[in-house]
Write a protein of this length. Structure first.
Ligand code: FAD
Length: 322
């Protein structure tokens, strides 16, 4: 039987597929067989990039008409499956919407889901996903059994997105069927958080601050350094919980997973829950006044010092370089 037909649930921002979507398509392509993307909307703005990353076909729901995306997309997926194009595996990003669609589809199709995975392998007919647990100190391999499609969600940055210069994906209409009473919930407003500079989970340089900054006002040093380096500011959960910065800044187990070229951790102790979100960074620079702080265990460059002295000097040195 093998794996002949894989779908990827595609997400887009301003019409363009998200990096997470392109990561999943790249992985799906490497597993062999036909790869299709499934996207909300008309898919026209995304079909080129989706095709470049391996999607031969792009199932597009058309306008969701204000319906809750999870409800509408899961119903549209089920309609295509019932219509005869049933995939072996559907890969979802471990995002809010990805999990919502996947959970609803799981109930509709009565299929198991495996979530929070970071890799997938196919050997013969066996599809196995790998999931880190206990802050990444243990890896669990789980093989799907039972009827297909298998539904699996993957953490961001589990795979590297690479274009393969394919043709644009062929758009195939996958209209949302009548949702019955589940269509009663509608989206009344969408708030897009304003950001300047690169996105935290896509930036090549991340400068993150923690409780060692001492007080909320001092977070401006993190923002200044991030700006000077054309990077993105991030944070530990301690200062998100304290209300210094919004949740969207949080790096870690319950925040974002980042893998930048350079990660600067300033006044962050290096709790396991923080480190699972950043230890995959290529170069880690830690600034902490406690030389025993766990963050130094993963740092490539450690500065034992006071953030209030080190950060202003770094900012001034960068400013002097123009
Ligand atoms: P602290 O642990 O208080 O560390 C502050 C550090 O600053 C210390 O090392 C100190 O030496 C240093 N310092 C103090 N003053 C200075 C100074 N003047 N100059 C230089 N250094 C200084 N945390 C996350 O970050 N992300 C998550 O996603 C996350 N998820 C969690 C999920 C669960 C279920 C749980 C239980 C916890 C989670 N946490 C998460 C919280 C985590 O356990 C830590 O509490 C948190 O990361 C600590 O943040 P911090 O390093 O800023 O603060």
């Amino acid at each position: 039987m093998g794996i002949d037909n894989i779908w990827v649930f595609a997400q887009a921002a301003d019409g363009a597929p998200t990096t997470g979507t392109l990561e999943l398509l790249t992985k799906a392509r490497s597993l062999g067989g036909t790869v299709s993307a499934f996207i909300a909307g008309d898919g026209t703005g995304a079909a080129g990039a989706l095709g470049d990353h391996g999607a031969a076909k792009v199932y597009a729901t058309g306008d969701l008409g204000g319906a809750l995306p999870g409800v509408a997309i899961a119903a549209a997926m089920q309609a295509v499956i019932d219509g005869g194009d049933s995939p072996d595996l559907i890969m979802f990003p471990q995002s809010y919407e990805g999990r919502d669609v996947m959970a609803r589809l799981s109930v509709k199709l009565d299929r198991t889901v495996l979530t929070n995975s970071t890799s997938v392998t196919v050997e013969g007919d066996t599809v196995t996903v790998q999931t880190p647990i206990f802050g990444g100190s243990k890896l669990v391999n789980s093989a799907f059994t039972g009827e297909r499609p298998y539904l699996a969600a993957f953490r961001p940055k589990s795979f590297v997105a690479e274009a393969a210069a394919g043709a644009a994906g062929e758009i195939v209409a996958a209209p949302v069927p009548d949702l019955g009473s589940t269509g009663g919930a509608t989206v009344t407003a969408v708030h897009v958080e304003e950001t300047s500079g690169p996105k935290l989970d896509e930036a090549a340089i991340v400068v993150a601050g923690g409780r060692g900054l001492g007080e909320a006002d001092k977070y401006s040093m993190i923002e200044s350094l991030a700006k000077a380096l054309k990077g993105a500011p991030g944070a530990s959960r301690a200062i998100v919980d304290a209300g210094w910065v919004p949740y969207s800044y949080q790096v870690g187990q319950t925040g974002k997973v980042v893998k930048p070229t350079v990660y600067i951790a300033a006044g962050i102790s290096g709790a396991t829950q923080h480190m699972v979100g950043m230890k995959g960074s290529k170069n880690i620079i830690a600034i902490n006044k406690d030389k025993e702080a766990p963050i130094f265990g993963v740092a490539d460059l450690g500065i034992v010092g006071d953030v209030h002295k080190v950060l202003p000097q770094l900012i001034a040195a960068l400013a002097a370089r123009g």
